[in-house]
Design a protein. Structure first.
Length: 146
């Protein structure tokens, strides 16, 4: 698919690091990212959302308060359906790696408290997604450290 573990780690560090800024050391933050098939996603989606079928990304926040004394802080888990990423990329006319990046960013934003329950929240979340996706493209190309 053309997306490396290093790139996924860099995206995660960028999003989490910018959202938390100086509130906690980035090295203490942990996120679990799981990539699954639609077949694996279906029972999880049905169990946790009550919706039938698969979905592209699910997020499971695992925090309430940050404890600076803890050796690390588990922000939560993001599950991405690779099958969905590929089909959505084809529908959108772009490469699957870009769709996976977008889904990882989307899932991370959910862990960080963003939602899209209202139109206002959805617009704010889409803006953040674009900001981080563009920022990562700039870092990849060496055009800046956005």
């Amino acid at each position: 698919m053309g997306l490396t573990q290093k790139e996924i780690r860099e995206i995660t560090r960028m999003v989490v690091g910018r959202e938390y800024r100086d509130s906690i050391k980035l090295s203490k933050m942990k996120v679990s990212l799981t990539f699954v098939t639609d077949r694996e996603m279906i029972p999880v989606n049905e169990a946790f959302t009550g919706r039938k079928g698969s979905t592209d990304v699910l997020s499971f926040p695992m925090h309430d308060d940050i404890d600076e004394r803890a050796p690390f802080f588990l922000l939560g888990e993001v599950m991405v359906s690779i099958d969905r990423a590929i089909s959505q990329a084809q529908e959108a006319g772009w490469d699957p790696a870009s769709e996976v990046k977008l889904l990882v960013i989307h899932g991370l934003l959910h862990l960080l408290g963003y939602d899209h329950a209202s139109e206002e929240e959805a617009a704010k979340m889409r803006l953040k997604e674009r900001e981080y996706l563009e920022g990562f493209k700039k870092e990849e190309s060496g055009d800046g450290s956005s």
